[in-house]
Design a protein around this ligand. Structure first.
Ligand code: PRX
Length: 660
C-alpha cells in the first residue's frame, strides 16, 4: 500500500459502530436480502432479470453476456432498446403523464416543473431539431450547459436518435472544451448564454466562442439556450434553442437501438496529461443504473422525491440525474446554483419546499455544512428525508455521523428528532463503472460510518495484494472487480490500447480501479483513496500529470510537480511545486499568473491552492519525482524517508524556500 494510506487504515479499522435498519424500514424496503443470494447463485441470470424488469425492449436479447472479446464486453446481445423511450414515453403510455419528472429550481428562485408528458414532448422537439440540423445516429454532440432542464432534455434527445452525447462540465475552460470537441469530433454543441452564480449572471457562451475561434474543428451548429439573458456574441454557427427547438414538432417516434450502441462519452482524468473519453453503451448501463437507483436508495417512485445534487457534467449527474430517476419513473429535483446562495440554508429550504425524501450528495458538501453549523439545517423541516446517499470520496466517520444526527434525524423545525434516523448509503463507483458497485442496501445492511461496505448484488469486488491474491479480513490492498458488469465502460474513445493498459494490465483478468481498499474484520470494504496520480478534489477527479503539463507549458516554468494535500473540506487540495526557467519581470506575481494559466487551460477547479517556487525537485537516481516527499511538505509533516534521493540537499532547499 502507498505509505500515505497506512495511518488511515489503522484509524478506520477501529470503527465498531453499526446501525441496523428499523423494522419499519425493513418492512417496506424494496431490496431484499434474497437478492444477494439470487445474484450470487446465478449472476448472469440476475442481470438478465433486471434488464427485462427495468427496461422495455423493442427486441429481446438473445445472450446476456458475450465476453469472448475480453476486456470489451457485450451485454444483452441482440437486444434493441431506446433510452429516451424508457425514460419518458413508456411512463406516459402507462398513465403517468401527469407525474412530475423534474422540479427545477433556478438559482435566482425561478422554478419550472416538467411532468413526464411535458418532458416527453420537450425531448421529442429537441430530437426533431437535432435531426433537422443534420445530427444522425452515431454523431457526437458536445453539451456545455449549466444545471438546467435543457441539459437533461439534450442528453435524452441525443439518446433518442442514437447520437452520442459528450457532456463537458461548465466549469471547464474553453481549451478543455475544444480538446473534447476535437477528440470526439462533435458536430453539434449545445450551450447557454450562461447561468447564475451567487446571485450574479455568469457567462458560458464566450468559452464556446473561444473554443471554436480557431479553424479545424468539426462543429456545424451551436444551439444556445437563453438562460441568464445577458448579451452574447453571435457567430455564423449559432442558433437560439427557443427558435430551433421549441418550435419543432412534438411528434417523434423512438426506435430501438442496439443494446451495445454507444450512449455517451464522458471525459475523465487519468494518470497522463490527456483526459480519457469513457464510452458507455445503452442496455447494460441503463440496467445497472436503474437497478442500483432503485435498490440503493429504496426508491418508491410513486411517493419519493429524489434529489441528486451532482452536476450533469460528471458521471453522477449522468446516471442519477439524467437517466436512472427517469427510467424508474421518479420525481426529482434539479437545482442550478450553489449551496450558499442567497443564504447557507438554500439546500434545506429546497428539501423542505419539495418534501425531498432521498438526498444524494458528496462528503465535501456535508463537511461544508458541518463548518457552517447545525443551527442552519436545524431551522428547517427535513422530516421528509428517509434515505441519505454519499458519493465521490470516502466519507469520514465524523461527517457520516453528522449527516445522520443532524440531517437524518431532523423531524421538524422545533427540534423534534426522529426515533429512526434516515439510513446513510455510501456508494463507491467511478465514471468507468457507470453505476454503483459497492453500497449498502438500506433495508438490509447494518450501516457503518465511513465504509461503503459491500458490493451491490451481481457485482464481484475484491481486495488483492501486489500479486493479485485476495487479502484476508483486516488487511489492505488494491480494489479490483473480478467479473464483467453491465454498466462497465466499453473502452476509451479512440484509444482501445489505453483502455486495456489502464484497467486490465495490472492484475491478470481483473479490472483495476486505481483505488486502495481494506477489508475490515467483518469483511466490509473501506476505500482508502487513489493509488495512482489522480487527485480527488471535492469529489472531482483531477490528474496530477495534467496539471503538471499545463504548468510546464507556461514560458516561466521549467519543471513542475503536483500533489494532492489533505484538506478538511475538499478532501484534497492541489499543491504545485515549480522550478522557474526564467527570471519573471519585476513586480510580476508568478503564483497568480500560474494559477490563472491553469484555470484557463483546464478550468477553475484545477487551479492549485498553493504554488511554491522551488530551486529543485526531489528525484530518485532514475529521475522520478518523489511526490511522496512533496506530499509530506504540502501536508506540513516531517519529511519521510529520503534516502533514495539523488541529491539529498533538495528537501532542505525546499523547506527553506517554504520559509521565505
Ligand atoms: O477514488 C474513488 C472515488 O472517486 C473515484 C471515481 O471518480 P469519478 O470517476 O469522478 O466518479 C465519482 C463519482 C462516482 C474513485 O476511483 N470515489 C467515488 N466514490 C467513492 C470514492 N471513494 C471512496 N468512497 C466512495 N463512496
Amino acid at each position: 500500500m502507498p505509505e500515505s494510506n497506512t495511518s488511515t487504515i489503522d484509524n478506520l479499522s477501529h470503527e465498531t459502530r453499526s446501525f441496523a435498519p428499523s423494522a419499519e424500514f425493513v418492512a417496506h424496503a424494496i431490496a431484499k436480502p434474497e437478492q444477494y443470494e439470487a445474484a450470487t447463485a446465478d449472476r448472469l441470470g440476475y442481470w438478465a432479470d433486471q434488464a427485462r424488469k427495468n427496461l422495455t425492449w423493442d427486441a429481446d436479447f438473445t445472450e446476456t453476456l458475450d465476453w469472448s472479446e475480453a476486456p470489451v464486453a457485450k451485454w444483452f446481445v441482440g437486444g434493441k432498446v431506446n433510452a429516451a423511450y424508457n425514460a419518458l414515453d413508456r411512463h406516459v403510455e402507462a398513465g403517468l403523464g401527469d407525474r412530475v419528472a423534474i422540479h427545477f429550481e433556478g438559482e435566482p428562485g425561478d422554478t419550472r416543473s416538467y411532468t413526464y408528458a411535458q418532458l416527453t414532448e420537450a425531448v421529442k422537439q429537441a430530437a426533431n431539431a437535432f435531426e433537422s440540423l443534420g445530427v444522425a445516429k452515431g454523431d457526437r454532440v458536445a453539451v456545455y450547459l449549466p444545471m438546467i432542464p435543457e441539459a437533461v432534455i439534450t442528453m435524452l434527445a441525443c439518446a433518442r436518435i442514437g447520437a452520442i452525447h459528450s457532456v463537458v462540465f461548465g466549469g471547464f475552460s474553453a481549451d478543455a472544451l475544444r480538446s473534447r470537441i476535437d477528440d470526439g469530433e462533435a458536430k453539434l454543441v449545445v450551450t447557454a448564454d450562461g447561468t447564475f452564480r451567487r446571485g450574479k449572471p455568469s457567462a458560458l457562451k464566450p468559452a464556446v466562442d473561444e473554443a471554436l475561434s480557431t479553424p479545424g474543428h468539426t462543429v456545424e451548429n451551436v444551439l444556445v439556450v437563453k438562460r441568464n439573458g445577458e448579451d452574447v456574441n453571435w457567430t455564423s454557427l449559432d442558433k437560439w434553442w427557443h427558435e430551433a427547438v421549441e418550435t419543432a414538432s412534438t411528434e417523434h417516434t423512438a426506435v430501438g437501438h442496439d443494446s451495445e450502441h454507444p450512449l455517451f462519452v464522458l471525459y475523465t482524468s487519468g494518470t497522463t496529461g490527456k483526459p480519457k473519453g469513457i464510452i458507455h453503451t445503452t442496455g447494460g448501463y441503463l440496467t445497472q443504473a436503474s437497478a442500483t437507483h432503485r435498490d440503493t436508495f429504496d426508491l418508491h417512485p410513486e411517493s419519493d422525491v429524489f434529489w441528486c445534487t451532482a452536476d450533469v457534467g460528471w458521471v453522477t449527474g449522468h446516471s442519477y440525474v439524467a437517466y436512472a430517476p427517469l427510467i424508474n419513473g421518479a420525481t426529482q429535483i434539479m437545482y442550478e446554483g450553489t449551496p450558499d446562495s442567497p443564504h447557507q440554508g438554500r439546500w434545506w429550504e429546497i428539501v423542505e419546499k419539495y418534501g425531498v425524501t432521498i438526498l444524494y450528495t458528496a462528503p465535501t458538501a456535508i463537511r461544508t455544512f458541518m463548518k457552517w453549523g447545525r443551527s442552519i439545517p436545524d431551522s428547517y423541516d427535513l422530516s421528509s428525508l428517509r434515505v441519505l446517499g454519499s458519493v465521490g470520496e470516502s466519507i469520514n466517520p465524523e461527517a457520516w455521523m453528522w449527516y445522520r444526527d443532524v440531517i437524518g434525524t431532523n423531524n421538524g423545525k422545533n427540534g423534534e428528532r426522529k426515533e429512526h434516523p434516515a439510513p446513510i448509503v455510501d456508494t463507491w463507483w467511478q465514471t468507468e463503472t457507470g453505476a454503483h458497485m459497492i453500497a449498502p442496501l438500506p433495508g438490509v445492511t447494518a450501516t457503518k460510518p465511513g465504509s461503503a461496505q459491500t458490493p451491490v448484488p451481481g457485482i464481484t469486488v475484491d481486495v488483492v495484494d501486489e500479486m493479485g491474491v485476495s487479502v484476508a479480513n483486516g488487511e489492505g490492498g488494491f480494489l479490483v472487480i473480478r467479473d464483467p458488469w453491465p454498466g462497465m465502460l466499453r473502452g476509451i474513445w479512440g484509444d482501445m490500447d489505453r483502455y486495456k493498459d489502464t484497467y486490465w494490465s495490472r492484475f491478470e483478468g481483473m479490472y483495476f480501479a486505481g483505488d486502495g481498499a481494506k477489508r475490515d474484520e467483518d469483511g466490509d470494504i473501506w476505500l482508502l483513496g487513489r493509488v495512482d496520480d489522480v487527485m480527488n478534489v471535492s469529489g472531482h477527479r483531477l490528474s496530477t500529470t495534467e496539471i503538471e503539463s499545463s504548468l510546464v507549458a507556461h514560458p516561466y516554468v521549467a519543471e513542475a510537480a503536483v500533489v494532492g494535500a489533505k484538506d478538511e473540506t475538499t478532501g484534497e487540495a492541489v499543491v504545485a511545486f515549480v522550478i522557474l526557467q526564467i527570471e519573471p519581470p519585476e513586480g510580476e506575481d508568478v503564483v497568480a499568473t500560474l494559477r490563472a494559466h491553469v484555470g484557463k487551460d483546464i478550468g477553475p477547479i484545477a487551479k492549485p491552492r498553493h504554488i511554491l517556487v522551488v530551486p529543485e525537485l526531489p528525484k530518485t537516481r532514475s529521475g522520478k519525482i518523489m511526490r511522496r516527499l512533496l506530499k509530506d511538505v504540502a501536508e506540513g509533516r516531517e519529511v519521510g524517508d529520503a534516502t533514495t534521493l539523488a541529491d539529498n540537499t533538495v528537501m532542505t532547499q525546499i523547506a527553506e524556500s517554504m520559509r521565505k
